[in-house]
Design a protein around this ligand. Structure first.
Ligand code: ZN
Length: 516
């Protein structure tokens, strides 16, 4: 009987059930691994040999063949060591092991050290989550990985530290300390549901706070323009504190991406806050979109369900900004190679900050700008029109009056702002149920036709404004989408002239006016 041992493998954020089969024959003594293994897996032979030697099992002088099937899926990483060792153990004992009947219900993961230690692997959480969907419940995993699975309900975790433990369990039937009870995820919230920045500590900036709440409510992309000292970066960071909390399914969805890149640890076993990823202008295109030889997810995917923040937007090379267009549009990033394409999730809110001009003080109430109009245009044209076209809100952030900053009173708290955001999101969820979109910002022309009705007053206001200000149809559409979010924040059924007028304020006419 050829033993079949099960594991799950991650390939480019897709998960597959993999069966390890072991066989032996009388050819020259060696271990051969087949079934599209990568270099790391081929190196397992040495680790397997050393592991068996360390537990006092001498491998017979035969050829062992380990087959990883299905063979058309590329296997990467080191988590196949343990399932391969189990398959060999099964074969060596001629199937006379404890729990032989149940072995098809068990899944095994882990890398072997030369001394028989079992080491952590990346991407375990998503493997377990997808295996659960296939009704698997028993997981033998490296003890070092247990923290990322402790909050997943309905599974049995068998923490592994050494191969010796496996021998004791399967050969001698020794008991195993199994974790059957998931920890309460609420514990994590208590510890982490604390944001570094609360809007109540950012004094003044009434208009900016209002705009950010609207952006968060309708998932509108936003660029803030202002001189240094206008607190653009701080306002952007505080934005995280007013986004609705992640649901449990979303927590798993986001955490899976972090698990694959090895960014989960004991202090943050799951990603429970919406991510805030601040990108530096020296970041490479690949680090942002993902890819490279290992096809690792990039910043756009690490920001999934959260915020992707570009500070000093004009400092970024143009080709880096251009790669953002596709994920902003599609909420996913597509990486193409000659023979195939893969897709990673990248549903983020794009937030950026920039100075208005080279000298920083264009439109500053106190300091005079020394740039010529040509300089300013040249500076602002670093942001390409196609990217700007995907931004709903361009907000001028003036430096705040010093009296307001020294004011001891508190502003509106993040908690109160978040409650309004959550309400507006609920209204949008109901509106767009079953359509594949979930926010006002995502409405295309056909959604506008279907979901938006404007009364006569609003229509004439818009047509007059677009005549006077020479607004393009795209700008008019954006204004309507923003007005819809503003109305949702009030729980208003119809869009009014007031909502439209407010929406217009959030598209700076002086910045980028030449490009509209
Ligand atoms: Zn200037």
């Amino acid at each position: 009987m050829i033993p079949k041992v099960k594991t799950f493998a991650n390939l480019w954020l897709q998960w597959y059930e993999i069966t390890v089969e072991a066989d032996e024959n009388r050819a020259l003594p060696t271990i051969e691994i087949i079934g599209l293994p990568d270099a790391a897996i081929r190196e397992s032979k040495e680790r397997l040999r050393a592991t068996f030697r360390n537990v006092g099992i001498t491998l017979p002088k035969r050829k062992f063949v380990l087959n990883l099937s299905p063979s058309d899926i590329k296997k990467v990483g080191t988590s196949f060591d343990v399932p391969m060792a189990i398959a060999m153990l099964f074969l060596l004992s001629e199937g006379k092991i404890h729990y032989a009947e149940q072995i098809a219900d068990f899944l095994f993961f882990g890398e072997l050290g030369l001394d028989g230690e079992i080491k952590r692997v990346n991407g375990l959480l998503p493997c377990v989550v997808s295996a659960m969907k296939q009704w698997y419940k028993h997981f033998f995993v490296p003890a070092e990985n247990v923290y990322e699975l402790e909050y997943v309900p309905g599974i049995h975790i068998y923490p592994l530290t050494t191969f010796f433990q496996i021998i004791q369990y399967f050969l001698h039937g020794d008991p195993f300390v199994v974790i059957d009870q998931a920890k309460d995820i609420e514990q994590l919230f208590d510890k982490e549901q604390w944001y570094d920045l609360d809007f109540e500590h950012i004094k003044g900036h009434i208009l900016a706070k209002r705009a950010l709440a609207i952006a968060a409510a309708g998932l509108h992309n936003i660029v803030m323009v202002g001189a240094p000292g206008s607190w653009k970066t701080m306002l952007s960071k505080a934005l995280q504190s007013i986004l609705p909390p992640l649901g449990f399914e979303e927590i798993l969805e986001v955490s899976q991406i972090y698990s694959v890149v090895g960014k989960l640890n004991k202090d943050s076993p799951l990603i429970i806050k919406r991510p805030f990823r601040q990108i530096h202008h020296t970041a490479s295109k690949i680090s942002i979109t993902g890819g490279g030889s290992n096809l690792t997810p990039g910043e756009v995917s690490l920001a999934h369900k959260g915020i992707l923040f570009f500070d000093e937007l004009t400092e970024f090379p143009r080709e880096v900004l251009e790669v953002l267009r596709q994920p902003i549009e599609d909420k996913a990033v597509v990486i193409s190679r000659v023979a195939w394409t893969i897709q990673y999730p990248a549903n983020f809110m794009f937030v950026a900050a920039m100075n208005p001009c080279k000298c920083w003080y264009h439109k500053d109430p106190e300091k005079a700008c020394i740039c010529s109009i040509t300089d300013i245009k040249k500076y602002q044209s670093k942001i390409s029109w196609p990217l700007l076209d995907r931004i709903d809100m361009i907000l001028e952030i003036p430096r705040e009056n010093i009296d307001k900053i020294l004011d001891r009173g508190k502003g509106e708290s993040s908690e109160s702002m978040r409650a309004k955001v959550i309400n507006a999101r609920k209204i949008q969820q109901t509106r767009f149920a079953g359509t594949g979109i979930f926010s006002n910002a995502q409405m295309g022309p056909k959604h506008l036709e279907q979901y938006i009705t404007l009364d006569e007053q609003s229509k004439s206001f818009l047509s007059e404004a677009s005549r006077k200000l020479i607004l393009s149809p795209r700008v008019v559409h954006r204004t309507i989408k923003l007005a819809r979010t503003i109305a949702d924040m009030e729980g208003a059924v119809e869009i009014t002239v007031q909502h439209l007028a407010e929406a217009m304020q959030y598209r700076s006419r002086t910045m980028f006016v030449e490009m509209e």
